[in-house]
Ligand binder design. Structure first.
Ligand code: PHB
Length: 378
């Protein structure tokens, strides 16, 4: 059955992302899987199989990937700053491209969501302000309380901007189609954006102009390396994950959309859980759409049906799916055929072996573990 005859004519239609043609508007959302090698924090051959199995999505965005050794927060998460990591990612991008897929890497610095046990030199993690997130962090030695971070000096902010730009260059070297700046979910860039975590009184805190300065510098530095059409940005202005808050998330969204509008970026990706105050709404997506004329990707809790509606209505151009795509490698083909999806196994989301990683069945009931047998979808 061709995509056009399915119940998802908008979702399964092709589009352009920056200069890149994509087969459909299904995006694999970035998802941390904690399966990189411990000593070198490189993706493995299983990682290549995992992403290649999902190459029929219009775009894959990788799991969050650190830009430098001290950008690390969690165990077994990959980086993209060493030669070994670049070579390992090259195997992933080659496998995805061989199946006709597109893949961006999500560039990450965890900021205060780290711990001296996770830092290369045992130092205290950094953040815009010395304000701890609540709760515990999983380290290699077990869960530990999240520490109070050290507030960054201005010169250090500059060096982190350089680290992102350098990682963006490494991403191109590794064969990625582009990079996504992770400015969501309470990690470093988001810590600058939102006033619950940013109490600075210098040029990087206070006004929206100042709180978005770090993001603007990152966009300009990475776009300078890759071209703006290869840079996407992900934000989550209303998320409370990692103890985050903002006094005016709507104003922040509008400010970021207007700030990013002139650059000609690949996309703006918004984490926007459904609000059901009387009627169903995706408020962040609607605000982003109003001021950002490029591709808007929306995320959180979509089904095929709600994704079709949000694209058909013009509020978003693409929709990213997390757990559904994690659990169903041939998600796009199943939508096209009206076939049921696999059930996600939450117990294997974060860490472990190939179980719950590359053994989810395709439509015929068998996982495709052999990259050579994974044919390119039409
Ligand atoms: C996580 O590892 O829990 C995690 C990482 C990146 C995110 C969200 C959650 O954006």
């Amino acid at each position: 059955m061709s995509a056009q005859s399915s119940e998802f004519p908008a979702l399964l239609s092709s589009t352009m992302l920056g200069h890149l043609a994509v087969r459909n508007r299904v995006v694999m959302a970035p998802m941390t899987r904690n399966r990189a090698t411990k000593a070198t924090l490189e993706p493995t051959d299983s990682t290549a199989t995992y992403y290649a199995q999902r190459a029929s999505a219009g775009l894959i965005i990788t799991e969050a990937t650190h830009v430098s050794a001290n950008a690390v927060g969690y165990p077994f998460t990959p980086g993209i700053h060493t030669d070994g990591q670049v070579a390992a990612w090259r195997r992933v991008t080659d496998a995805v491209h061989a199946r006709g897929g597109r893949i961006f890497v999500q560039l990450w610095h965890t900021g205060r969501v780290s711990h001296p046990l996770m830092q290369p030199d045992g130092s205290v993690p950094v953040a815009p302000s010395a304000i701890a997130a609540e709760g515990e962090l999983m380290t290699y030695e077990g869960p530990r309380p999240l520490p109070t971070p050290r507030a960054l000096e201005v010169a250090e902010i500059e060096s982190i901007v350089h680290a992102f730009a350098s990682a963006a260059g490494r991403a191109i070297e590794a064969g990625f189609d582009g990079v996504e700046l992770h400015a969501a979910n309470g990690y470093l860039v988001d810590q600058f954006l939102r006033d619950g975590a940013n109490h600075r009184t210098d040029a990087y805190g206070g006004s929206l102009e100042n709180r978005t300065r770090f993001l603007r510098e990152l966009v300009e530095a990475t776009a300078g390396v890759t071209g703006a059409h290869r840079v996407g940005v992900r934000i989550s202005p209303t998320s409370t994950f990692n103890s985050m808050s903002d006094s005016e998330p709507g104003r922040l969204t509008t400010y970021v959309a207007q700030l990013l509008e002139p650059y000609g970026l690949a996309y703006l990706h918004v984490v926007d859980p459904e609000q059901t105050d009387g009627r169903t709404r995706r408020p962040v997506t609607a605000l982003a759409r109003r001021d950002f004329s490029g591709t808007v990707i929306t995320n959180a809790g979509f089904t095929g049906d709600t994704a079709e509606q949000v694209i058909a209505s013009g509020v978003a151009d693409m929709v990213s799916f997390g757990a559904p795509l994690l659990a169903t490698p041939d998600f796009v083909e199943r939508l096209a055929e009206g076939a049921p999806l696999n059930t996600p196994d939450r117990g294997t989301f974060y860490g472990g072996d190939d179980r719950g990683y590359i053994d989810y069945p395709f439509r015929d009931g068998r996982p495709r573990l052999d990259l050579d047998a994974l044919t390119a979808p039409a």
